[in-house]
Design a protein around this ligand. Structure first.
Ligand SMILES: NC(=O)c1ccc[n+]([C@@H]2O[C@H](COP(=O)([O-])OP(=O)(O)OC[C@H]3O[C@@H](n4cnc5c(N)ncnc54)[C@H](O)[C@@H]3O)[C@@H](O)[C@H]2O)c1
Length: 332
């Protein structure tokens, strides 16, 4: 199988000036903020009347908080004027170049909505779903305009976690993928491209792997649920804000990821086998990962990359100094 990576994507500038957001729940409002605060006009449609009427107020409240934290480059009112709420689906998609569907996680609702969107929009308009787990072939495969359909799965909330998975189906055109990556880059969301459709995509598969082990550890009385959350929040989570798990393996061991898997691969494999999982620590996979990570790390040698990692972690620690997490007992 050919392995693509987001860095292989063509990088045209996006010419899309306006987008439609369909569904103004948590994710829909968050996408509105991402697009509008990056200068893109946002048209909003929501079925529920109460939510429709409160959509702009919900966005405004978050924008004020972001402004107060110095995260916006212009006044809140200048961003809000780019958002408008419309009464019908036909009106909301009129003239837009991109639609981000954000309705409930229900395959039948998405299938019906994509059918309507396919009929209401010209064939060059990208139709993207925010779905957390459902591949677009399950709800857009029958459409005449299926080549412009795909999944753009955000991390929640996307105005804070600035990455999204682009998941094309087999029928999605490469032009659609390129246009999607371009608009995401323009609104400061890092696009990550998946090579193949898989239920749950990569983000939730990773989250699922961690949750599976976490449930096992709590079930077996190894650790309390609260301590487990502390371990991830203060430990793994903080580290992963600077380096991903593969770069962690590369930089935590002298000799890099190849040496790390030499020393610890069998141990990690046993963890999985104990849970009835297959062993992915094969020489071929380790080699693929090591080659990619070695090429991707930016500095001249291992020592320098480690030094820069430490520098970045100290910087993050200094940014977090004085931050009192309101969700942690004893800190507020
Ligand atoms: N919440 C998360 O953490 C998260 C993260 C990533 C992706 N997602 C995905 O994003 C999508 C939206 O999730 P959410 O958490 O915002 O849900 P939500 O329940 O907060 O919002 C969904 C909104 O869609 C509206 N809606 C339903 N059918 C509609 C239709 N036909 N037309 C217009 N509006 C309609 C509902 O009234 C509701 O306001 C889901 O597919 C979800 O899986 C959620």
């Amino acid at each position: 199988m050919t392995i693509y990576s987001t860095s292989n994507l063509e990088q045209p500038d996006s010419e899309i000036q306006s987008v439609a957001i369909v569904g103004a729940g948590s994710i829909g409002i968050a996408w509105c903020i991402v697009f509008a605060s990056a200068g893109v006009d946002v048209r909003i449609f929501e079925l529920d009347e109460t939510r429709r009427e409160s959509a702009l107020a919900a966005a405004e409240s978050l924008l004020h908080e972001m402004h107060g934290a110095g995260l916006l480059s212009e006044p809140v009112d200048d961003i809000l004027v780019r958002m408008s709420v419309w009464e019908t689906l036909a009106e909301v998609v009129s003239g837009v170049g991109y639609v981000q569907e954000c309705v409930v996680e229900n395959i039948d609702v998405k299938r019906e909505l994509f059918h309507q969107l396919d009929q209401l929009t010209p064939k060059e308009v990208v139709l993207a779903s925010s779905t957390s787990a459902i591949p677009s072939s399950k709800f857009a495969g029958e459409l005449e305009g299926r080549d412009r359909c795909l999944v753009v799965h955000p991390a929640n909330p996307p105005y804070f976690l600035r990455v999204a998975e682009i998941v094309p189906a087999e029928f999605t055109s490469s032009a659609t993928v390129a246009a999607t990556a371009a608009i995401l880059r323009r609104v400061r969301i890092s696009p990550v491209l998946l090579n193949t459709e898989i239920e749950g995509f990569a983000f939730n598969r990773l989250q699922g792997a961690l949750l599976r082990e976490a449930y096992c550890l709590v079930r077996d009385g190894v650790i309390s649920a609260v301590d487990l959350d502390t371990l991830v929040r203060e430990g793994l989570g903080r580290r992963w804000s600077v380096v991903g798990p593969f770069a962690t393996s590369e930089l935590n061991t002298r000799g890099g990821l190849r040496q790390h898997s030499e020393v610890l691969g069998a141990v990690y494999a046993r963890f999985g086998l104990e849970r009835g999982l297959e062993n992915p620590w094969t020489p071929a996979t380790i080699n693929t990962v090591a080659n990619a990570i070695e090429q991707d790390l930016p500095f001249g040698n291992w020592e320098e990359n480690v030094r820069e990692r430490d520098h970045a972690m100290i910087k993050v620690a200094s940014l977090l100094k004085g931050f009192e997490n309101p969700l942690v007992r004893g800190e507020s």
